[in-house]
Design a protein around this ligand. Structure first.
Ligand code: ZN
Ligand code: ZN
Length: 293
């Protein structure tokens, strides 16, 4: 059986492998198709597409967009934590003007948030400057600067033992240097993906951190009602039991299934192709696109 990977990041966002080098790696692992889904940018798409053609594998131009997961208010009226709502746009036109508009809005939101996080860290006594973050991002050839870069500096300067330690101690929701950012609504993100001719897929539903299965089902139904096309059922954060549960939701709401490793190069331990996503998942998407066109 042939396998595919429909969720990969490159140096165009926060991965460590350049877009033009991903296809050769995919071929060496026996994959027959990959999607490149960088955060808030499609700028790596042309290079990856050309390299896929040379390597002789299928390419899916994609993007990963963060949307507002909505507040989660506990019974005492206090907002305790919010999950993460990421939407993958697969088969998008990389030069679509609407998509470009919201991508740059998201990049700006992220970029204006970073200096404010640095100020919070400095107030906590951490010796770090925004220039250092910019230099690091530049060295890595990335356009999308985010908390992973700040986390790397915190580790390099021995303020944290590992990237996840840096997030726990300083950067994640509830930590002292956490800062909320401007988000798109899920409907805006889905509409932008559709405008660019893509399929809107809910990435890693587990990261929504819903309190129970019923609430997760409601959340997925609400997304399906506003045009969601599919759910990422296979992902490195999903146990086999979760994958099965998400497949049932997909069936119930007549959604496509998708899957990928969420590969980030050396930044995370996850390997490209590690989710063993059957090629049929990719073929099914091609089929559904033909029916709607
Ligand atoms: Zn994600
Ligand atoms: Zn991702």
């Amino acid at each position: 059986m042939s396998f595919v990977d429909l969720h990969c990041h490159s140096t165009a966002s926060d991965g460590t492998i350049p877009p033009e080098d991903l296809p050769a790696l995919a071929v060496s692992l026996g994959l027959s198709a990959i999607a490149m889904t960088d955060h808030d940018t499609t700028c790596g798409v042309p290079a990856c597409k050309a390299a896929c053609e040379t390597a002789g594998i299928d390419f899916v131009p994609g993007i990963e967009i963060s949307a507002d997961p909505g507040p989660r208010i506990d019974t005492d009226g206090v907002e305790r934590r919010r999950g993460t709502l990421h939407l993958l746009g697969l088969f998008v036109r990389h030069d679509d003007p609407e998509l470009a508009k919201i991508s740059s809005r998201m990049r700006e939101a992220r970029n204006s948030r970073n200096p404010a996080i640095i100020e919070k860290l400095q107030a906590l006594g951490v010796r770090i400057t925004y220039d250092e973050v910019l230099t690091l991002a530049q060295e890595q050839g990335t356009q999308v600067i985010g908390r992973p870069h700040i986390a790397q500096l915190l580790v390099a300067k021995s303020y944290a033992k590992s990237l996840s330690d840096a997030f726990t101690k300083y950067l994640k929701f509830g930590a002292p240097a956490f800062l909320r950012r401007d988000y798109l609504s899920p409907a805006q993100a889905i509409d932008a993906i559709h405008h660019a001719g893509g399929l809107a897929i809910l990435a890693h539903p587990v990261q929504l951190v819903m309190p129970n299965t019923d609430e997760l089902e409601h959340a997925i139904k609400r997304l399906a009602d506003i045009g969601l096309d599919g759910i990422e059922t296979r992902h490195c954060d999903h146990t086999p039991a979760l994958t099965l549960q998400y497949e049932k939701f997909a069936q119930r709401f007549k959604l496509l299934t998708s899957g990928g490793s969420d590969f980030h190069g050396d930044r995370k331990t996850v390997k490209l192709g590690s989710q063993n996503v059957p090629r049929a998942v990719y073929e099914q998407m091609l089929c559904s696109r033909k029916q709607t066109q």
